[in-house]
Design a protein around this ligand. Structure first.
Ligand code: KG4
Ligand code: ZN
Length: 336
């Protein structure tokens, strides 16, 4: 089949992103406009996010087409993330994508945002094929998923409370470090001693593949209250490295244990937290036992290129949505 071009939209949270991706997983453009308007609130304000998407979507689309050096008429299909996410934000992308597809007479493809994160790996490793075990770690989700094929998968475990990215964000907020907390903690923990203090690892029992981070978060909160501000400042990188180690430990040990139990040879990591340097280092240690895949840093966080990547198979199989397509916010990785 000849190479086709997909115009992809991502607007599930606070990034308006538009990409042009080819069916051989090349990114012709991937333009993302983030929304600084949320910074002063220490988290995303849904109504402000939807309004910013409305302002951003046309200029970002124009920029993506211009960077790819193509016109709207040259695209072969339109892809959009439809769930999960903030409903008002998703609706902006879905309505816009539907209009573009209809006006150009091109097929429309609905993509689950979390499936998009998994397929971000195809942009870096186009040769990657299931079966593999995917650890999907973002601000709203922590899921361990066994992919038998691109269309069939089983959710092995998920978080019982906070997602791993959410744990990073909430702990950064407790320590007044800023938002989003993951990249800030990652940076400040560099050079710190991960064994400085042992924070609890949630649901740390053999054969249990669900995750929990709220006990650890409470332990961090108690620890902070018990120490003086001076002590925390003086030992900040050690404390953060220890917190990071607790989160990373749970993620890596459950993933590797399941892969070992089920004799799965390939592990892929996806979602915003896959940018974490300690998580990458910990998995690195298993390179001789498993094929381990991470997306490139620019495709770890929310972006439209990953939505385009997840749409490639759907385009080739003719799995199209119609103009009745609607956004929905139900959590979790699913096929749509
Ligand atoms: O996938 P993503 O961009 O958006 C969602 O779908 O939620 O993930 C955002 C999450 C945030 O919680 C952020 O703190 C976390 O990913 N994150 C990180 C790092 N970079 C982003 N967490 C740990 N270390 C990082 N380097
Ligand atoms: Zn995401």
């Amino acid at each position: 089949m000849s190479n086709q071009l997909i115009l992809a939209f991502e607007s599930s949270c606070d990034d308006t992103s538009v990409a042009v991706v080819s069916t051989d997983y090349k990114v012709l453009s991937n333009v993302t406009s983030s929304q600084p308007v949320h910074e002063e609130f220490g988290g995303v304000v849904p109504e402000l996010a939807s309004r910013a998407h409305i302002t951003n979507i046309i200029p970002v689309t124009k920029a993506a087409l211009s960077k790819a050096e193509i016109s709207l008429r040259q695209i072969d299909a339109v892809a959009v993330s439809v769930n999960p996410g903030l409903i008002g934000s998703l609706l902006v992308g879905v309505s816009f994508a539907k209009s573009v597809a209809w006006s150009q007479g091109k097929p429309l493809i609905a993509v689950n945002h979390m499936l998009g994160h998994v397929f971000a790996n195809k942009l870096t490793h186009p040769e990657l094929e299931p079966p593999y075990l995917a650890l999907v770690v973002s601000g709203g989700h922590t899921e361990l998923v066994h992919f038998l094929s691109e269309t069939e998968f089983t959710i092995i475990g998920k978080t019982r409370d906070d997602a791993s990215g959410e744990a990073f964000d909430k702990i950064a907020k407790l320590l007044k470090l800023g938002y989003p907390g993951g990249p800030i903690i990652d940076k400040l923990a560099k050079g710190g001693n991960p064994d400085f203090y042992r924070f609890p690892r949630g649901m740390n029992r053999k054969g249990i593949y669900d995750f929990s981070f709220s006990g650890m978060k409470t332990a961090v909160s108690t620890y902070i209250q018990e120490q003086s501000d001076e002590y925390i400042q003086a030992n900040l990188s050690d404390i953060l490295a220890s917190i990071q180690a607790a989160i990373v430990d749970s993620l890596v040990s459950k993933t590797v244990n399941y892969a070992k139990q089920e004799h799965i040879g390939s592990i892929i990591v996806a979602g915003g937290v896959s940018a974490n340097s300690a998580l990458r280092e910990r998995f690195e240690a298993y390179h001789n036992k498993y094929n381990i895949y991470f997306p490139e840093l620019e495709y770890c966080m929310d972006n439209a290129a990953m939505i385009g990547a997840a749409a490639v198979g759907k385009l080739q199989r003719g799995e199209f949505a119609d103009t009745t397509l609607n956004a929905f916010s139900r959590k979790g990785l699913r096929y749509v």
